[in-house]
Design a protein around this ligand. Structure first.
Ligand code: SF4
Length: 711
């Protein structure tokens, strides 16, 4: 049922839709929802050479959005929502090529956040004529931005009566703007929860013709949806008809076809033998993580649980509706599954039957095992509500697990929680807390502002700040994503040294370190913490998904020199880049492209008042056991490690052993930081040197001045 009233045009801009040249539209779109200004900006050769696209363009535009000497925060009108795909984004004959990257100053970290998301918006935006979109200002009332790539038209619209939550809003706007072709429209929306929480995410839609449904994927991390709603943007709508395999106008269409077919065929042949992602998505990770003691359980206390199989791939394979589930055209990994006809038990839509997009591994671990909940239906309900409210399932799950542990420890009580019994495993309490976060009421109003805020809020209520520092799983203000890191020093660095905060898309080294034992020395760990974050950054520059790189690998991969890098696939990506852009590149060139943007982002963090060594600190729970319970649950392991260090533990109690282990592990983390900074060309304080910036070609006057202030 449509609820929209008569729409009013608040501002309009017309343009000639350009022909895409070798993956670029060669212009970006600026929209100020406060002043109504809409304009086109040129994409320079320098932007393409140095920042490539996607996350690189977003950061470049955001950097120039406000003067160097002006202090802004996430809710300043000057803050921007930037969205860009990248030169390879929108390719339909190479798997995983439809991603958008969102960046803004985050309400959780107060520095740039970047978030990589599927759905059709980014490719359609580019084909509509725009390599990136920047939205600045704050509108006086809710607005919809409509970009019509068929007509060459951009409008800011007032549309009264629209629903707030994404599952209704995305459908209604698709119906309103699509005419008889819903496949031609993609909607970006947040939801009512993003109005009240710092966990706001953005839903990027696409139309699923098989189910006649509007589906969506999330730019989850760091509060992009919160910024979006703070600007009073209700939704973005892009319309573009006529995507085809040469829409990017590639430099060498034959080469693109050849390399795309090679990678596609391999996935079709090997996925059924390897992870079966086309059937179970990323749920296959649940039993693997559980087997290796890496599945976060009860706020990262433990890494496995006897009931983990209840929420693993076997269960969800049965719950998922069978069909082709690519979040962009031509992605044969097709891992974006859904649960059809799910009946909700709680909240404002209780009793209604809906589609649930997901769950993925992170949601299962965050809203399930980490809260001590092993009920697949509960996780599906959390997934649905987080999405439609526009809330990040990872931050919601990790923050819920934190307050559950405080409650179990007796550090917070019913007076503080408003009567919610936040014990591990309490499904009703977890769901009620989520509804409170979304509606900005009760204890949930505080939890929805993030763990860093909670540490301060609860300390004022008398809770011991030291224990909260140890078990509150955030770094840089961002909640941890869902992997245990206690036994992997490399992954501790993977999280702690990540630019935006502890998110696994930058470095995922657990298996390399723990299972394969490939990283025995600090130098090897430092090398991995250089190469992998750079390589993973590259996907975000180009509008790509990283899953087709290493989730399905060539059959002879294990016999190669560096199996973790899956070099055959890296070489495919170099050919892919050349085929689209015409720039001749080798794998090392791809790493250097990322290194520029990566260092630029580090300097951006410095500019915002962060980005030094002290901000790369991590909570102790990510390094080792905090409580005697945790130590005793893996006593053999920890006792053995202390003996290997030459400690005589014969007469020691658990507290003493805990303290010794802690001292050792904290020293190791400090040494790791030294090694990684050195490898990255940074000072001991974690600041890129001017020489390094010069070597990378990003020694712009303003960039250098930020760095010099820290040397
Ligand atoms: S691999 Fe999965 S998440 Fe990545 S583009 Fe394909 S369907 Fe989307």
């Amino acid at each position: 049922m449509n609820t929209a009233g008569k729409m009013t045009k608040l501002a309009e801009f017309t343009y000639e839709v350009p022909t895409i040249e070798k993956g670029y539209a060669n212009q970006t779109l600026y929209v100020n929802v406060g002043t109504g200004e809409i304009k086109s900006k040129p994409v320079t050769r320098e932007m393409k050479d140095l920042f490539v696209g996607g996350r690189g363009f977003d950061l470049w535009l955001l950097w120039h959005a406000f003067p160097l000497d002006e202090k802004i925060d996430w809710d300043s009108p000057e803050n921007e929502i930037c969205i860009s795909s990248g030169p390879l984004g929108g390719t339909t004959n190479f798997p995983g090529s439809g991603k958008s990257i969102v960046a803004c100053i985050s309400p959780l970290t107060h520095m740039p956040i970047d978030s990589n998301v599927g759905g059709y918006f980014g490719p359609y935006l580019k084909f509509a004529g725009w390599d990136a979109l920047e939205i600045q200002g704050k509108a006086p009332q809710d607005v919809v931005i409509f970009i019509d790539g068929d007509q060459g038209l951009v409008q800011i619209l007032d549309i009264p009566g629209l629903p707030d939550d994404s599952h209704l809003l995305a459908r209604e706007l698709t119906d309103l703007f699509a005419g008889d072709n819903p496949k031609a429209v993609s909607v970006v929306s947040a939801g009512s929860g993003a109005d009240h929480s710092y966990f706001g995410c953005l839903n990027f839609s696409w139309y699923d013709p098989q189910r006649k449904a509007v589906r969506y994927k999330q730019a989850g991390r760091g509060g992009t949806g919160t910024v979006f709603r703070d600007k009073k943007v209700k939704a973005l709508v892009v319309k573009y008809t006529g995507v085809n395999p040469t829409s990017n106008n590639p430099a060498d269409p034959e080469l693109l076809k050849k390399i795309g077919m090679k990678h596609t065929r391999e996935i079709l042949e090997l996925d059924p033998k390897q992870n079966r992602m086309a059937v179970v998505g990323t749920t296959h990770l649940v039993p693997i993580m559980n087997d290796y003691d890496l599945l976060p359980t009860n706020n990262y206390r433990y890494g496995s649980h006897p009931h983990a199989q209840n929420i693993g791939e076997t269960t969800y394979e049965e719950m998922f509706d069978r069909g082709f589930d690519g979040c962009w055209r031509g992605c044969t990994v097709a891992c974006s599954h859904l649960i059809k006809n799910f009946t909700l038990q709680t909240g404002p839509y209780r009793g209604q039957t809906v589609y649930v997009d997901g769950p993925e591994y992170e949601t299962i671990a965050g809203c399930g095992s980490n809260c001590g909940i092993f009920d697949p239906e509960h996780i599906a309900e959390m997934n649905f509500y987080c999405d439609t409210y526009g809330l990040d399932t990872i931050s919601v799950g990790t923050a819920t697990a934190f307050v559950m542990e405080l409650y179990e420890m007796g550090l917070i009580d019913d007076d503080l929680t408003g009567g919610l019994e936040l014990t591990f495993g309490n499904r009703e309490a977890a769901l009620e807390l989520l509804h409170q976060m979304a509606q900005g009421r009760g204890f949930g109003r505080h939890v929805g502002r993030g763990i860093r805020y909670l540490k301060q809020y609860l300390a004022e209520k008398g809770v011991d700040p030291r224990i909260m520092q140890d078990i509150g799983m955030e770094a840089k203000g961002l909640e941890y994503s869902e992997y245990m890191t206690k036994e992997s020093l490399a992954q501790q660095g993977g999280y702690g040294l990540a630019l935006k905060g502890p998110q696994h898309d930058e470095a995922w080294l657990i298996f390399l370190d723990m299972v394969h034992g490939y990283l025995p020395t600090f130098e090897k760990k430092a090398e991995a913490l250089h190469w992998f974050p750079m390589w993973r950054t590259w996907f975000g520059l180009n509008g790509l998904c990283k899953l087709p790189w290493n989730d399905i690998v060539p059959e002879d991969n294990e016999q190669t020199e560096e199996p973790a890098k899956v070099m055959e696939h890296v070489r495919n990506y170099a050919v892919f880049f050349t085929a689209v852009t015409g720039r001749e590149v080798e794998p090392d060139d791809l790493i250097e492209m990322s290194e520029r943007v990566y260092n630029f982002q580090r300097v951006f963090n410095l500019r915002m008042g962060y980005g030094t060594r002290e901000h790369d600190a991590v909570p102790y729970r990510s390094m080792g056991p905090v409580t005697p319970d945790e130590y005793q649950s893996r006593q053999e392991r920890y006792d053995g490690q202390l003996r290997e260090l030459g400690v005589d533990i014969t007469d020691m109690g658990t507290e003493e052993k805990l303290a010794l282990l802690r001292r050792h592990r904290e020293e190791q983390y400090e040494k790791l930081m030294d090694a990684v900074y050195k490898r990255r060309g940074w000072t001991r304080n974690g600041v890129p040197t001017v020489e390094h910036l010069r070597h990378l070609g990003i020694d712009f006057e303003d960039v250098v001045s930020v760095v010099k202030a820290h040397q």
